[in-house]
Design a binder for this molecule. Structure first.
Ligand code: GLU
Length: 488
């Protein structure tokens, strides 16, 4: 088999969507599995709908996901993507070839004329296909239209190409994911391949690029199946080798509708912003349509790549279960090396003065608060009581139901009394608190109740991170002051 070369070809009309990330991942996995190459191509032929901001977002998101592409123009030692708008000098040559071979023709129809055709089709309740009005214009007729100032678009002659390479109007191909697919090409109108302003259209540029970039397998969303027939005909008309195609099912929201912003984040950068780890996201999207052979769902990308087989991709739609992603994310947070986690969490701690903590205290704080995190952003609330010195915000119910009770008040008084003589290391505090609880237990107070009182006064909450470590991080002074403030 010749070299496997695949590509992801996003249009920069928005931030990188998770659906595109999944398509990118499957291409990447297929390339890795087959020692092939993974190419990134920015499809920005539609200048009005694209922006540099989105190009940068696509770039950054793919990199953040670890989906590095293998080639492209060199930009300062790293690969840039191929960008269609920088390849505009390549496309006219093949347009000319199609015109010369009779597989394309100039179309002078104005938008108004085309609109009228469409209107008529709607009135007759027919699917619209272009009338081919311009197919057989004579040179004189064309010259006359040009003289009127009209600039032609170029249309692909579907029936001609179909007839040249196939026995009937039915075009069939073997999809790597969906099996045999076919379409009656009579239903495909002669479509524009180059606009009157000289810009190539998607279906045309994609073929030229896939051919010149020697793409062996085109793996993309099933919304492109109808384009595939058009593209196959252009490949054939230009004598290019037709790549293999594989179309992935769509990704639906839990309510089975199209995944959209109202369900939650959809762009990779939004997930990251909300506190999802890219490792979790990549692992999660791999499972949208694919399942590991050993049933072990938590798997880093390199392990997934070893196990990945394109023929095993499910041809049906997948449901994007946000809850499952959250579960996975919490798992990945637990597995993240502490130094990395410390770095990643900083983004969500900007409202606090991190200089209140030494690096060792910060490390310990992260160690004792990471367990229940589902999103990295959960850290913001989880650690609020580690900051602010002697001030801590106390939840109203905690005040009335815990701190204000007679037992708590008694506990806090003796805590303040005893703690001022304690050596403030985590180890020592562990012992001291143990003894403190026992003392109260003998007085008939449950250890839990004793600790609640201390926790409530010092953290303002009834639940939270390991108490001994929390006290150690906060320091003696803060703890005693906070406890004192709760004594009536
Ligand atoms: N630019 C197209 C898109 O974003 C690419 C489709 C393809 O992979 O051919 O949908």
């Amino acid at each position: 088999m010749s070299e496997v070369r695949v590509r992801i070809a996003p249009s920069p009309s928005g931030n990188l969507h998770v659906g595109t990330a999944r398509t990118a991942l499957f291409n990447y996995l297929f390339a890795k599995k087959n020692n092939g190459k993974f190419v990134l191509r920015i499809e920005d032929t539609d200048a009005e709908r694209t922006s540099q901001e989105y190009v940068d977002n696509i770039f950054d998101s793919l990199k953040a996901l670890g989906l590095n592409w293998d080639e492209g123009p060199d930009v300062g030692g790293e690969y840039g993507p191929y960008t269609q708008s920088q390849r505009f000098d390549i496309y006219p040559k093949y347009i000319q070839e199609l015109l010369d071979k009779g597989f394309a023709y100039e179309c002078f129809c104005t938008p108004e004329e085309l609109e009228a055709e469409k209107e008529e089709a709607t009135q007759n309740k027919k699917a619209y296909v272009y009338s081919k009005k311009c197919e057989n214009l004579t040179e004189e007729e064309k010259a006359k239209l040009r003289a009127e100032g009209r600039k032609p678009a170029i249309r692909f002659n579907v029936a001609k190409a179909q007839a040249a390479f196939h026995d009937s109007s039915i075009l069939e191909f073997e999809d790597l994911v969906k099996g045999k697919l076919h379409m009656d090409t009579n239903l495909i109108g002669d479509f524009v391949i180059m606009k009157s302003n000289g810009a190539p259209t998607y279906n045309y540029a994609v073929v030229i690029d896939d051919a010149l970039m020697k793409i062996s397998h085109v793996i993309r969303g099933e919304d492109h199946i109808s384009n595939t027939y058009k593209q196959i005909l252009i490949f054939e008309a230009l004598g290019f080798e037709v790549p293999r195609f594989g179309h992935l099912g769509m990704i639906l929201a839990p309510d089975r509708s199209k995944l959209s912003k109202r369900h939650g984040a959809t762009a990779v950068s939004d997930f990251v912003e909300q506190g999802y780890l890219t490792e979790a996201l990549v692992n999660f999207v791999a499972l949208l349509g694919w399942a590991p052979s050993d049933g072990e769902e938590i798997k880093p990308v390199d392990k997934i790549a070893e196990d990945f087989r394109i023929g095993e991709i499910s041809s049906s739609n997948s449901i994007f279960e946000y809850d499952k992603l959250k579960w996975m994310n919490s798992h990945y947070i637990k597995m993240l090396p502490i130094e990395e986690l410390k770095e990643k969490l900083k983004k969500y701690l900007t409202k606090y003065d991190l200089s209140e903590l030494t690096d060792a205290q910060y490390t310990r704080m992260v160690e004792i608060t990471r367990e229940p995190l589902i999103l990295l952003s959960d850290i913001t609330d989880a650690v609020s009581y580690f900051f602010g010195g002697e001030n801590v915000e106390i939840e109203p119910e905690v005040q009335t139901e815990v701190i204000d009770t007679e037992i708590s008040q008694d506990v806090l008084k003796s805590f303040v009394e005893q703690a001022k003589d304690w050596e403030w290391s985590e180890e020592n505090l562990h012992e001291k608190l143990e003894a403190f609880r026992s003392e109260y237990k003998e007085k008939g107070v449950k250890p839990k109740v004793t600790m609640w009182a201390i926790r409530a006064a010092i953290t303002g909450r009834t639940r939270g991170a390991d108490m001994t470590a929390t006290l150690a991080i906060l320091g003696k002074d803060n703890c005693i002051k906070r406890a004192k403030r709760s004594i009536k």
